[in-house]
Design a protein around this ligand. Structure first.
Ligand code: IPM
Ligand code: MG
Length: 434
């Protein structure tokens, strides 16, 4: 009897469905080893979290309006190694520039202690909870370098504090300008800051001792918001070209989505030329003196941006001279892009550390919260002191100036009523020299 009913059932099922059922049955039989099962569960958990994140990004909160805040709270995170030395100097410069605003109660500085590698290792977190709580009470942050341990270091292998803060505060845009007038270079990089291999960096899987897997993740809304920011910047600053950098010929799914989104958004900006390059040839083109001056605004996923901006900064005098802005809709963080140089502290040379990078970050901070004129003054003073006039030289040791002396030099330069002319003269000479 059983046979008969079976036959009847089979007949009533459409051929396509039969195939599907058969396939499902076959799949049921596959038995994954425990290691793979564990990895699959882990992967599933990551997917669920990322889908939730996509929903949050899609809600697209509004940009914070600094002109309506009183006070604007600027948190200062010293970090590790030379960080507290150079950051306190940068704070001194900003406090001087914002003197009147501080008096009026429009701006307030708050030093946030405890974001050191020692504390982070002690609590085994990239950023201790109490530090994060303090950070969230501020509106913008000025941050010195924090040690990022890697496998094999004496420190436990905790996640980078930078990366954790970027993700926690949703600082999705890493904006790095590079200008070298004598070489005709005027670039601005918009590096996506919360996705790509970085997002799941600490969540890779060692399936077995012989198989390790990391994840690269890119979302459409995450790509849209950084790409749109790059085009908006181009539009506001009369730039005529925006260039995307990917490896979409090989990394087809994630980079492919980024690139597709790029050309979709480009259609909204008909006056701007949109083109794209692959990361390998792009790194080559940055050293091609004929072609490189044609690039203006560049936008790319996280890791390519990390690599390319270090290369680009090198033309300007190295990563130590560049500042980095991490921008989100609610928070923003401005940081030095070099390391914490613990050896300088061990050797008693921390006072000779160059504060230029974190001061440059400070200029970007001023600009971001609406003090555009002050930001420009600081930029000009930094160019004069660090690139043009160079009355003081920083060598990182007693043969050069201290960070404090260098900051005094910057403050004197800012105070010069002839600052703008002085800068223009130098700028003209540098362009002619190039
Ligand atoms: C940077 C740095 C960081 C990064 C490190 C310190 C984690 O290289 O800001 O570019 O990779 O983003
Ligand atoms: Mg980097």
């Amino acid at each position: 009897m059983g046979r008969k009913t079976k036959r009847i059932k089979k007949k009533s099922v459409a051929p396509k469905k039969v195939k599907a059922v058969k396939k499902a049955k076959k799949e049921e039989k596959i038995e994954f080893p425990r290691s793979v099962q564990k990895a699959m569960e882990h992967f599933g958990g990551l997917l669920v979290k990322q889908l939730k994140r996509v929903q949050i990004i899609k809600k697209a909160e509004d940009w914070i309006d600094y002109s309506k805040l009183k006070p604007i709270i600027i948190g200062v995170i010293g970090g590790d190694g030379i960080g507290p030395y150079i950051t306190s100097e940068a704070q001194r410069v900003l406090e001087q520039l914002l003197k009147d605003e501080i008096k009026k109660g429009k701006v307030e500085f708050r030093v946030i202690e405890g974001c050191t590698i020692e504390r982070r290792a002690q609590v085994m977190k990239p950023v201790p909870d109490d530090v994060l709580e303090e950070i969230k009470k501020c509106h913008v942050l000025l941050k010195g370098p924090t040690t990022t341990p890697k496998k094999g270091d004496p420190w436990p292998n905790i996640e980078s504090a930078n990366v954790a803060i970027r993700k926690e505060l949703d600082l999705f845009a890493n904006v790095r300008p590079v200008r070298v007038p004598s070489l005709g270079i005027d670039w601005i990089f918009f590096r996506e800051n919360t996705e790509d291999v970085y997002a799941l960096g600490p969540f890779g899987i060692e399936v077995t001792p012989d198989l390790a897997i990391d994840f690269k993740m890119i979302t459409r809304p995450g790509s849209e918001r950084i790409i749109r920011l790059a085009f908006e910047h181009a539009k506001k600053n009369n730039k005529t070209r925006v260039t995307a950098v990917t490896k979409a010929n090989v990394v087809k799914t994630t980079d492919g989505l980024f690139l597709k989104t790029f050309y979709e958004i480009a259609k909204e900006y008909p006056g701007i030329n949109a083109d794209d390059w692959f990361i390998d040839i792009m790194t080559a083109k940055l050293v091609d003196t004929k072609r490189r001056t044609e690039f203006q605004v560049l936008v790319m996923p996280n890791l390519y941006g990390d690599i390319l901006t270090d290369e680009a900064a090198e033309f300007q005098g190295g990563v130590g001279t560049a500042g980095s802005a991490n921008i989100g809709k609610r928070y923003a963080m401005f940081e030095a892009i070099h390391g914490s140089a613990p050896r300088m502290v061990q050797e008693g040379r921390a006072q000779y550390a160059d504060p230029s990078s974190v001061i440059r970050a400070g200029a970007m901070l001023l600009n971001h919260i609406g003090y555009i004129e002050l930001g420009r003054k600081l930029e000009m003073a930094l160019d004069i002191c660090g690139q043009f006039e160079k009355k003081l030289i920083m060598t990182g040791r007693a043969t050069g100036a201290t960070g404090r002396e260098f900051c005094d030099y910057i403050l004197e330069t800012i105070a010069d009523p002839n600052l703008e002319n002085r800068w223009n003269e130098y700028q003209k000479a540098a362009s002619q020299a190039g």
